[in-house]
Design a protein around this ligand. Structure first.
Ligand code: ADP
Length: 183
């Protein structure tokens, strides 16, 4: 009997794992997932419970925001994991780690991570998807910075994320200050 290949489970088809902090999820991430669904039958979004990164949102909040966005997309599964990614991947039937690439600045870090994961598990490949022109400047970090300073991030993150960011960064209402020479 032919041995079924890992990642080609009868029920799941070809599965990719998209790991990351998703603190919070942006349309840059979502664009990568939607394009990956053209290639894979299922994408597992795996949210890293990485407290050293001091995330703004708890893992429960991040899970909730991602699940809410993909609630009508059965091809997307959302989960969280602790510890080594390769150990988590081994518990699933994924064949590939999916990551996004923006500028060259992403490359070095991603190259090291992909090489390390491959040295930990020689069968595990990382597939990179280039960012889209609409989202090349979007990162969770810049979204948080802009939102913290009261800037609008509508259209760059889902509406639920916009409102969660507003709740997090409730800025005190300050009186308008007239800027002039004789202050
Ligand atoms: P991590 O902390 O693991 O880098 P992130 O949530 O910041 O987690 O990013 C997860 C993955 O998504 C990374 O591979 C990152 O390069 C990619 N990514 C983030 N934003 C974008 C974007 N705008 N376009 C394409 N890829 C992106």
């Amino acid at each position: 009997m032919a041995k079924r290949k890992k990642g080609e489970d009868k029920d799941m088809g070809k599965v990719a794992i998209y790991p990351g902090s998703f603190d919070p999820i942006t349309y840059g991430h979502i664009d990568v997932v939607e394009r990956a669904l053209e290639i894979f039958d299922k994408v597992i979004i795996a949210i890293a419970e990485n407290e050293e990164k001091r995330p703004l949102f708890s893992v429960e909040d991040r899970l909730q925001m991602v699940k809410a966005f993909f609630k009508d997309t059965p091809k997307v599964l959302v989960d969280s994991f602790k510890g080594l990614l390769v150990d988590y991947v081994a518990k699933t039937n994924a064949i590939v780690i999916l990551r996004g690439l923006r500028a060259t600045s992403d490359f070095e870090y991603e190259f090291h991570m992909a090489s390390m994961n491959r040295s930990l598990n020689t069968h595990l490949d990382t597939l990179f998807m280039m960012t889209s022109k609409d989202y090349f400047f979007v990162s969770s970090r810049t979204i948080k910075e802009v939102a913290r300073l009261g800037g609008g991030v509508e259209g760059l993150v889902p509406d639920l994320v916009v409102s969660r960011l507003k709740e997090k960064f409730k800025l005190p209402v300050t009186k308008k200050k007239q800027i002039g020479w004789d202050d």
